[in-house]
Design a protein around this ligand. Structure first.
Ligand code: FES
Length: 627
């Protein structure tokens, strides 16, 4: 919460009153605190990508009173009309007088498009956790043998080496004399729980995919391997910025930064567990194991590990190995000893989510050369070949999530997600409402269509009217608005008079540059991996696009803008939430879990930063193919 310090001489705390609309919540806050930090501290959701460093332009609020003078940075991110209407960047406004501001809805408050499904595969059910019902036997018939020996008697040989922790041993005499019998839960080689009666049928596990933007949680019946329920939400940490670097900085530089990021995640997981259990009609204490995948930063935040060195070259994580931690050590509201198994990481920023993708797509048993790409603010790329696995991460930045794009937004309600220009401009909007902005999948379509129609050249330059070829249709020419400086030229996607919105939805020359930087980083990562194995595009048997972004994009357009290798469309495939599938496989099969651990150890990590070839590849990959 806001920590107001008393004045040294008067002992008084200097505060001002800040009211956030439309909720009408008022707070006394210390003078000098930025509005953005105040909102974060009191739980008012303000949109952000950069986490408050002034680079994304998403945190605008409209002043109803106490309007401060605009700063130059406001003019960088806001239109003149917005500044005149009283909008300011909340991360740049310090509270020096009472103020009332209106906060536009942030991404988390809108229905965000979250992908649950992935291309699944059948495996033999062999979970790490099993439940065994042991019927009551009259102790008089046991001939004085020890209680624990009596439990082991008659059970398979492997059970003989199972250990029983002291707290359960202390309760064993009562359980074994319970006429209802008892059910023992064993994880690996250790008893994790004893219950009265036969509860062997209530046996569930949870697989979690913690993404930077979203968290997806699957409930699986461990007796059948079937998915029983699934739920998801925006990752609450997005309040600190979509950008991982913003969150790593917060963990590093704010005294309670890491603790808050950790607590936020744990509280969110507890809420999601409850939601899942309610949906499935079970109780959370029937969850007997949890598996987790996530990128390296999420992994460190979950475990509350010092992430300082993750953000500094040479980007060393605290640990790469898989881990199993009792739920209570993390603060998860499950049975205290429920094991939480976290899949292994590879290195650098290539975390267990990539291992999940590789496991789900069987990149480790591949015949040909297969590339798996998970596009996000940090793109993770893996290449599998017979006998070899390599992987890298590439910092794409926030453009695919709408960051640094003038009217960019996440794939949420009101986002234009697909665009075509077969006739005039046509688009679809998430939720079928009036468009509010443009999300990453639409950026790909727009650039692909502008290229196809000759309004954009291969360097990414939006052409001037006098540079357009005759073939460019009139209805598209009319949408091209030239500014004195080419940087400010733009293309009108949706006119306010047609949509009923407050303003036109446009894409600017600068937006296209930002998109080129993002897609260039991903493509350069792919090119470097290909180069390491000396492969041309055509040598690749398949390119798999994982994650929500990879699922919703138009593959033909992704190829046209050079986000993926130039391959026939039947060799480009979306595999959905493959990271989540990987977590589920590790939940239902110890064999898959071991395969993941082996694969993570075998995978060579290619560090892109500092590679001279990366800069060359990046410069090349930023360009579009010549049409
Ligand atoms: S510009 Fe204010 S949060 Fe990004």
């Amino acid at each position: 919460m806001i920590d107001a310090q008393p004045d040294e001489t008067t002992g008084q705390v200097d505060t001002v009153r800040v009211t956030f609309q439309p909720a009408g919540q008022t707070f006394d806050v210390p003078i000098g605190e930025t509005l953005f930090e105040v909102a974060l501290a009191v739980g008012v959701e303000v949109d952000t990508v950069c986490g408050g460093n002034g680079s994304c332009g998403k945190c605008k609020v409209r002043f109803e009173s106490g309007l401060p003078p605009a700063k130059p940075i406001d003019y960088v991110h806001l239109s003149g009309g917005e500044v005149d209407a009283g909008y300011r960047l909340s991360c740049q406004v310090e509270a020096h007088e009472d103020m009332r501001v209106h906060v536009p809805p942030a991404g988390g408050k809108m229905q965000v498009q979250i992908l649950h499904d992935g291309v699944d595969r059948a495996v033999q059910l062999r979970p790490n956790v099993i439940k065994i019902h042991i019927p009551y036997v009259n102790p008089r018939q046991r001939d004085g043998i020890a209680d624990w020996d009596a439990v082991k008697h008659g059970l398979p040989r492997w059970f003989q080496s199972v250990a029983i922790p002291l707290p359960w041993l202390q309760q064993l005499p009562a359980f074994i004399r319970d006429k209802a019998g008892m059910t023992i839960t064993v994880a690996g080689r250790e008893v994790t729980r004893i219950e009265s009666g036969n509860t062997a049928q209530q046996h569930y596990g949870v697989a979690i995919d913690i993404g930077s933007t979203t968290v997806v949680v699957y409930l699986v019946d461990l007796n059948t391997g079937e998915e029983v329920a699934v739920t998801s939400a925006m990752n609450r940490q997005t309040a600190f910025g979509d950008d991982l670097i913003a969150r790593l900085s917060r963990a590093q530089f704010n005294p309670d930064g890491l603790a808050r990021l950790h607590t936020m995640l744990i509280e969110q997981l507890n809420d999601l567990f409850k939601q899942l259990a309610d949906e499935a009609g079970i109780t959370v204490d029937q969850i007997n194991e949890v598996t987790v995948v996530g990128n390296m930063a999420m992994h460190h935040f979950l475990l509350k590990l010092d992430s300082t060195y993750l953000g500094l070259s040479p980007y060393a994580p605290v640990i790469r190995d898989a881990m199993s931690v009792p739920a209570h050590e993390l603060g998860l509201m499950l049975e205290p000893h429920t094991p939480v198994y976290i899949l292994p990481n590879i290195a650098g920023f290539v975390g267990s989510d990539t291992v999940g993708v590789m496991l789900a797509s069987e990149l480790h048993t591949t015949d040909g050369f297969r590339l798996a790409v998970d596009v996000g603010t940090n793109g993770e790329i893996a290449l599998g070949a017979p006998g070899r696995l390599i992987a890298c991460s590439s910092p794409a930045g926030p453009a695919f999530e709408g960051g640094r794009i003038k009217q960019g937004m996440r794939a949420a309600l009101g986002a234009i997600d697909h665009v075509s220009m077969v006739g005039d401009v046509e688009y679809t909007v998430i939720g079928d409402v009036a468009p509010r902005g443009i999300c990453g999948s639409a950026l790909i379509d727009i650039c692909a269509e502008l290229l196809r129609h000759g309004l954009l050249d291969f360097t990414g330059k939006l052409l001037r009217h006098d540079e357009l070829a005759d073939r460019v249709p009139v209805h598209l020419r009319e949408r091209l608005i030239e500014a004195e400086s080419r940087r400010d030229s733009y293309f009108v996607l949706a006119r306010a008079e047609d949509t009923g919105g407050e303003h036109d939805i446009i894409i600017t020359q600068q937006d296209i540059r930002e998109f080129q930087l993002a897609k260039g980083a991903i493509r350069a990562g792919e090119m470097i991996l290909q180069q390491v194995m000396d492969l041309q595009d055509d040598d690749l048997s398949e390119v798999l696009l994982a994650g929500a972004f990879g699922n919703f994009i138009n593959l033909e357009n992704a190829r046209r803008v050079n986000l993926v290798p130039q391959l026939p469309l039947d060799r480009l495939r979306s595999v959905g939430n493959a990271a989540g599938v990987g977590a589920r496989l590790a939940l239902v099969s110890t064999k898959e879990r071991l395969a993941a651990e082996k694969m993570a150890r075998r995978t060579e990590h290619i560090q892109l930063s500092g590679l001279p070839d990366f800069q060359k590849a990046f410069a090349h990959a930023m360009r579009f193919p010549k049409t």
